[in-house]
Design a protein around this ligand. Structure first.
Ligand code: SF4
Ligand code: SF4
Length: 176
């Protein structure tokens, strides 16, 4: 196709506006706007640790609530928070963020309700059942179900107790 043919084609078909179906699809791992699923978030703080520009903060000073906040203006869309979130509570929307000078402020302010540990009463966000089942299968094995509703300290104590019991039983068997 020579240049004259292209020019005549351009003159003949008139002006054309790009239609929505002409848009190039976003690639699978496109990092658009950040989404935060509060049902999956355990307020563990990994995303805060992973975020070097400080776009995510968690405030637990209120006691029974963790305030999870995100400020897009600080975000570099590096994706570390999504990559390291253990419960997959974070993801990227397939939508382009606006250029910084046109950006409508995008903040997320989410309250994560904490519940008292069923043993010591310390307010904690429990690991969602959905996440536990993804890790351990459905129904949950008895030893995992037993740790549900416990804070990390009480969980550790329970696991240490089990370990000690197992050692004692093993020791008794040796003596027989
Ligand atoms: S979003 Fe993920 S990494 Fe961040 S606090 Fe919630 S569970 Fe932890
Ligand atoms: S994408 Fe990167 S900069 Fe943006 S909130 Fe996540 S860790 Fe922070």
């Amino acid at each position: 196709m020579n240049i004259l043919h292209i020019l005549s084609q351009n003159f003949n078909h008139g002006s054309r506006t790009r239609r929505p179906e002409d848009a190039v699809p976003y690639p699978k791992d496109f990092r658009g706007r950040l989404l935060h699923n509060t049902n999956l978030c355990t307020a563990c703080g990994t995303c805060v640790y992973a975020c070097s520009p400080g776009a995510i903060t968690i405030d637990t000073s209120e006691g029974n609530v963790a305030n999870w906040d995100y400020t897009e203006d600080r975000c570099t869309f590096c994706g570390f928070c999504v990559q390291y979130c253990p419960t997959h509570a974070l993801s990227f929307e397939q939508v382009s963020p606006k250029p910084i000078n046109e950006r409508v402020e995008h903040y997320l302010f989410h309250e994560i309700e904490l519940q008292p540990c069923r043993q010591c009463g310390k307010p904690v966000q429990m690991i969602p059942l959905e996440t536990l089942e993804q890790l351990y299968g459905h129904p949950l094995p008895a030893e995992i179900a037993e740790t549900q509703g416990l804070c990390e300290n009480c969980r550790q104590q329970l696991i240490s107790k089990r370990f000690l019991n197992a050692l004692v039983v093993k020791g008794d068997r040796k003596d027989d």
